[in-house]
Design a protein around this ligand. Structure first.
Ligand code: BES
Ligand code: MN
Ligand code: ZN
Length: 503
């Protein structure tokens, strides 16, 4: 499905031409003083209306709150005719993430109010430099603009939706303009990844996933070397082949490369490996029906890795990166893997398939081994891997596992900066009983705790290559709509990886 068109985000100072073209202006409101840190830009009548409203406690400024008001003074220029108040919480809790969220809330509330051009007053706060704040606001606006309604008919008149978002800053300069451009690139890449993860299983089987990746690669000047099913089998990727064998849709290994201008073979190559299960029924160890539809997004890790590469290329970042996405559909059938089967992986190790629903690790070990064979010096894998990480961390933090403290710290820092926080979990042979098999080198499931066992299995395939595994099972998907984003895919991982490559 074609993704919805993107939001035009621009920068202006208060007196810039075009201010009158906006049909609403958004102001951020704090719960504590100064409540309205840009009040100076407001005309008298509007200011009085808002201050009365705040005094009366009708708008508290709590995070995620939003209120549209109409100011009545006939002399008020168009730009201020409608005012959108957006809550930011307290000054003490203010972060770039709070602003990113507020911009998303503003966009969604403005669209509901049929605003076409929204001006957003950048709050005048002491912490955080202006380019960083503008970047967060722009990211929030692009991310909030995303809709996954591609299968819904538009009602007549619905076209008149939000098109422009102008960030009003005290002193717009080139640094601010650059950060707005970076925000656009990163957020559009995240939205691209979200659109893939929101796509139903039927419209995104492995072949179509590979085609969409190749189409993107062509647009952004990336090299593609995708392996088809027979090549996967011939080169010995028994994990990926095994998971795909029950489906009528053949598996694929999507490989995209970004080589920055002037890069040489001596430069360190990084690999991002993403789980690409386009639908996970569980296979013969079939899942219960409840929530199974969410398993259409079991390729969110793969989509995020690809999205990050797209952004790296568009931003011309100076790092050689290869993305490897083992993609398959996990189905039960007369040809499917059976519990007790043994697969031989690319790395040479055999794995006993105790549970066919623990398929992510089977495809990832081949993806990781392939990345190492390409000469990757560092690896990050992203995967909607375990229900267990949802229980452990909920949907606020991604589970981070690693065999290298320094690399783990770099990824953790990048995740925090990107507003996609991760929490380090152990990788340790204390859990090795969970992956030991009496008949093969390893087994794919050994009971709880599973997130740590899955990570331990992956670590055996990463071997001595610095590696981080991000279990995004909880953070890649919102069951319910949030004030700043719709229900569905979140695109988590894209911003983290781009931040990591930026250094
Ligand atoms: N794709 C799932 C993990 C998952 C669950 C992601 C819920 C997002 C939401 C994975 O392939 C899986 O099925 N994991 C099982 C493994 C178990 C049966 C060994 C799990 O975690 O329950
Ligand atoms: Mn599964
Ligand atoms: Zn899965």
């Amino acid at each position: 499905m074609p993704p919805s068109k993107s939001l035009q985000v621009k920068l202006a100072d208060d007196h810039a031409n075009g201010a009158n073209a906006a049909d609403a202006t958004a102001f951020c409101v704090f719960t504590d003083e100064p409540r309205l840190p840009v009040a100076a830009h407001l005309d008298e009548a509007a200011r009085r209306t808002i201050e009365d409203l705040l005094r009366a406690g009708e708008f508290k400024g709590e995070a995620d709150d939003a209120l549209v008001i109409h100011t009545t003074d006939a002399a008020t220029p168009d730009a201020a005719r409608r005012v959108l108040l957006v809550g930011l919480g307290s000054h003490e809790d203010f972060t770039r993430d709070a602003l990113r969220r507020a911009a998303g809330v503003a966009v969604r509330r403005a669209r509901e109010a049929r605003v076409k051009h929204l001006r957003f007053m950048l709050p005048d706060v002491a912490c955080g430099d202006a380019p960083e704040l503008a970047c967060a606001a722009a990211e929030g606006a692009h991310l909030g603009f995303y809709e996954n309604d591609f299968y819904q008919q538009r009602e007549a008149g619905d076209e008149s939706t939000l098109e422009h978002f102008t960030i009003v800053a005290a002193a717009p300069d080139d640094a601010l303009r650059d950060s707005l451009e970076r925000a656009r690139v990163v957020a559009e890449a995240a939205n691209w990844a979200r659109a893939l993860a929101d796509e139903p299983g039927a419209s995104l089987p492995p072949r179509e996933f590979a085609r969409r990746a190749a189409e993107m690669a062509a647009e952004f000047g990336l090299a593609v070397e995708t392996l088809d099913a027979s090549e996967i089998r011939a080169c010995g990727m028994g994990g990926l082949w095994g998971v795909g064998q029950g489906s009528d849709e053949p598996p694929a290994l999507i490989v995209l490369r970004y080589e920055p201008e002037g890069a040489s073979d001596e430069d360190e190559l990084w690999a991002f490996v993403g789980k690409g299960i386009t639908f996970d029924t569980g296979g013969i160890s079939i899942k219960p029906a409840q929530k199974m539809e969410e398993m259409k997004s079991d390729m969110a890790g793969g989509a995020a890795a690809l999205g990050a590469l797209r952004a790296c290329a568009e931003l011309k970042l100076k790092r050689r990166v290869v993305v490897v996405v083992p993609t398959a559909e996990n189905m039960p059938s007369g040809r499917a893997l059976k519990p007790g089967d043994v697969v031989r992986t690319l790395a040479g190790y055999t794995i006993e398939v105790v549970d066919t629903d623990a398929e992510g690790r089977l495809v990832l070990v081949d993806g990781i081994a392939y990345a190492r064979s390409l000469g990757a010096a560092r690896i990050v894998d992203l995967a909607t891997l375990t229900g267990s990480i949802i229980v452990a961390l909920g949907d606020h933090r991604t589970g981070l596992f690693s065999n290298d403290d320094e690399w783990a710290a770099r990824v953790e820092t990048a995740a925090a900066r990107a507003g996609e926080p991760a929490w380090r979990m152990p990788v340790s042979d204390d859990y090795k009983k969970k992956i030991e098999s009496p008949i093969a080198d390893f087994k794919n499931y050994g009971g709880r705790p599973d997130a740590t066992a899955a990570a331990l299995l992956l670590s055996k395939f990463a071997a001595d290559t610095p590696w981080v595994h991000l279990d995004i099972a909880a953070t890649s998907w919102h069951e319910e709509a949030q004030p700043h984003v719709p229900a569905g895919a979140t695109g988590t991982g894209v911003r983290t990886l781009v931040e990591l490559v930026r250094g």
